[in-house]
Design a protein around this ligand. Structure first.
Ligand SMILES: C[S@@+](CC[C@H](N)C(=O)[O-])C[C@H]1O[C@@H](n2cnc3c(N)ncnc32)[C@H](O)[C@@H]1O
Length: 348
């Protein structure tokens, strides 16, 4: 394997045959959990660029390739170097753990490319073509970590990174607060490092303003890697757990439960059906929105407004902007859809 260290300046040197950059998500770290296309992309590459740990994870696939190892903080260098090589006509695999588009190399690479005047090649317009680019998706940490602990993401969820290296803390805190308040299941990426130890404590504090201290929390370290470690705990105790740079913290919503050590967030079937006999509850119909779905809510909203509740009071009741409630009330109620129309796919 040829090796290169250090950073390069960008040159305009181009070969007649433009090269290609492949932004490859390698999944959680085990070769079995890489996609077929990710393996092919690495096999096709002349040069593989990545953070040292990720290079180690795919070491078996790198025979005969130029390898460029970079440190965690050299993301822009990785992108610049990939463009440099690709403009020399090489195929370059720029690897990220998980998915390259989730807190990975895809964003910084596009930024560097646009800055360097790159445009996506267009077939047959006769203009000189720049390097090709392909984003190869991979299973992100939230998919891998969820799979290891049960089914915690079966309802609405979001990902929040606790890294304040590039994001101001007030932005992170506002997002944590909004997600906690809105009852999202939350996957916390970059929860803690040697230097960043207080962020997870502040995240817990914000969540405890909105959620029960017994809310289930799963902490998954190095999912599908040699040193994998899984810890099930609660919101009240999560900061006592072993959390590091290679951990993802999944905080359940108000319905998430743990049974036989497995963390599950219900999809919502119990809102509509008796789970024993499969019969719909009174007032609910299979394949139709819940009685508390949009149409039911609108009926009640109009009724409450007609009964004298002000826009401001309704806004406060539902935690929604008064301007939105005002707009909704301007629009006449629609006649319900045909009773024969079903939306069973929603429930699959
Ligand atoms: C810079 S982000 C990279 C995310 C990656 N692109 C993805 O889609 O999973 C690094 C963070 O991802 C999470 N992570 C990545 N791989 C993981 C794994 N195998 N197990 C647990 N968490 C992981 C951790 O929260 C870590 O701090």
């Amino acid at each position: 394997m040829a090796e290169t260290h250090g950073s390069y300046s960008m040159s305009n040197e181009r070969m007649t045959q433009p090269g290609k950059i492949m932004l490859v998500g390698i999944g959680p770290g085990s070769v079995e959990h890489m996609t077929q296309r990710a393996r092919e992309a690495i096999a096709e590459a002349d040069t593989v660029i990545g953070y040292v740990t990720y290079i180690k994870l795919v070491a078996d696939l790198l025979e005969g390739k130029e390898i460029i190892r970079k440190s965690m903080t050299e993301e822009l260098d990785r992108a610049v170097e990939a463009l440099e090589r690709a403009r020399q006509g090489k195929k370059v695999a720029l690897i990220s753990s998980g998915d390259a588009g989730v807190y990975g190399m895809a964003g910084p690479t596009f930024e560097v490319l646009f800055q360097a005047g790159w445009k996506p090649p267009r077939e047959g317009d006769g203009a000189p073509q720049d390097v090709e680019l392909e984003v190869v998706p991979g299973a992100s940490a939230l998919n891998s970590c969820a799979a290891r602990v049960g089914a915690p993401l079966t309802h609405d969820f979001c990902a929040i990174s606790l890294s304040d290296l590039l994001t101001p803390w007030p932005t992170i805190a506002k997002r944590l607060n909004a997600a906690a308040q809105a009852d999202f299941v939350v996957a916390l990426y970059n929860p803690k490092s040697g230097r960043r130890t207080r962020q997870i404590v502040e995240a817990q504090r914000l969540f405890l303003c909105h959620r029960d201290p017994n809310t289930p929390v799963a902490i998954v370290k190095s999912a599908y890697r040699r040193r994998e470690r899984i810890e099930m705990t609660t919101l009240a105790h999560m900061v006592d757990a072993d959390i590091g740079m290679l951990s993802t913290v999944i905080i359940g919503n108000s319905n998430t439960f743990v049974q036989h050590g497995l963390m599950v967030t219900p999809r919502g079937y119990a809102n509509k059906y008796d789970l024993q006999d499969g019969q719909a509850h009174t007032g609910e119909r299979p394949g139709r929105s819940l009685s508390t779905g949009l149409n039911g809510w609108l009926d009640n909203l109009f009724a409450d407004h007609d009964a004298g509740d002000s826009v401001e009071l309704l806004a406060q009741r539902f935690g929604l902007p008064a301007g939105y409630i005002h707009q909704v009330l301007q629009e006449p109620l629609e006649v319900s859809a045909s009773p024969h129309e079903t939306e069973a796919a929603d429930e699959a």
